[in-house]
Every structure is written in structure tokens, then in C-alpha cells.
Design a protein around this ligand. Structure first.
Ligand code: ZN
Length: 186
């Protein structure tokens, strides 16, 4: 099942997500739906709040990319905890399915160590570097209620301000299913 993707301006994107207890949710079907939703929207990462579910869960799938590092990168992260970020800061142009048509350079550290459960509830601690780390850092931010636009320079923030307002008012067109923020009633 393909979920509508929640867009910038919806409060669910600003909430700190809660932990998932084993048996709480039908995690396998939710994960399948998230992969399906993400693929439909041509994304490489999707966090549960982006489909309106405020839970600590995200999925990544780089198999649509030609990049060697990313093409075999398909994973599920349940209740992830970022233990450590290390290495040099490097800038990369990020985008987000919840913030269509906006990109911006974000500086993040190049290596992370993260503890999480996979879709079979196996607990893992793994180290990721480079672009894989980058995708995880972006998705991890989502479950903390942080968006990539929060990391942009003050100048860039000013430049995209009106675009963000447009998205939150629903004045945007994308070719995947989306869920607009509730209109503010006066
Ligand atoms: Zn995102």
C-alpha cells in the first residue's frame, strides 16, 4: 500500500518520535508499505513521520542508484540510537520527499555508529561512512523532528523561506501521492 507523503508544515514532522514495542505494530507490513511508498516517490530514504506515523522507524534503499556504495544499501532501522558521529564535516546537497523541489548543502560528519533493530528484531550496531552515513543521518533527524532545512546557512534559509511557505500552504505539485498540512482556519 502506498501512503501519501506528509509535506512540510505538518506538525508530525516536528514531533520527537516514540519507540516501537515488539508486537505494537505489524512491522513487516508497515516496512513493506514504506519501501513501496518510497520507491513510488523515487526516494532513497523514508522515515515513519513522513507517512504520518510518529514512531522511531526509517527505511533506506539505494538500489535505484548506479553508485556502487548505494546500490546494495537496503535496510530497516527500528528504534535507532546514534551512538557516535565522527570524521570530517563534509557538505552535500540534500533533498527531502516532504520538502519537494528544494535542495541545499548540509554539512555533516562523515562516519557514524548506530545501534538499531532490523525488521526481524535483531539488534545490531554498525558503522556507516560517506553517502550511506549521510542518508541515515538525514532519516535519523526525521525521527527527532529535525528537517534538513534546519541545517542550512542563514542566507540559504532566507532564500527558501517563501518556497517553504508555499509548500505549507499546499501550493505545490509533485507526481507522487501527498498529504498537505491541514489548512489553518481563521
Ligand atoms: Zn527527508
Amino acid at each position: 500500500m502506498i501512503y501519501p507523503i506528509v509535506l512540510y508544515g505538518d506538525n508530525v514532522l516536528r514531533e520527537k518520535c516514540t519507540e516501537i514495542k515488539m508486537g505494537d505494530l505489524d512491522i513487516k507490513s508497515l516496512v513493506n508499505d514504506m519501501f513501496e511508498t518510497m520507491t513510488d516517490a523515487d526516494g532513497i530514504g523514508l522515515a515513519a513521520p513522513q507517512i504520518g506515523i510518529s514512531k522511531k522507524l526509517f527505511v533506506v534503499d539505494g538500489s535505484s542508484l548506479e553508485d556502487e556504495e548505494m546500490s546494495s544499501f537496503k535496510k530497516v532501522f527500528i528504534n535507532p540510537v546514534l551512538n557516535n558521529e565522527d570524521g570530517d564535516l563534509w557538505e552535500f546537497e540534500e533533498g527531502c520527499l516532504s520538502i519537494p523541489n528544494i535542495r541545499g548543502g548540509v554539512k555533516r560528519k562523515s562516519s557514524i555508529e548506530i545501534t538499531f533493530f532490523d525488521e526481524n528484531w535483531n539488534k545490531k550496531t554498525e558503522v556507516f561512512k560517506g553517502i550511506q552515513a549521510r542518508v541515515i543521518q538525514h532519516e535519523y533527524d526525521h525521527i527527532e523532528g529535525i528537517l534538513f532545512t534546519d541545517h542550512l546557512s542563514p542566507l540559504k534559509k532566507r532564500l527558501i523561506k517563501n518556497k517553504l511557505i508555499s509548500i505549507s500552504k499546499g501550493s505545490i505539485s509533485v507526481d507522487f501521492l501527498m498529504k498537505f498540512p491541514k489548512k489553518i482556519r481563521r
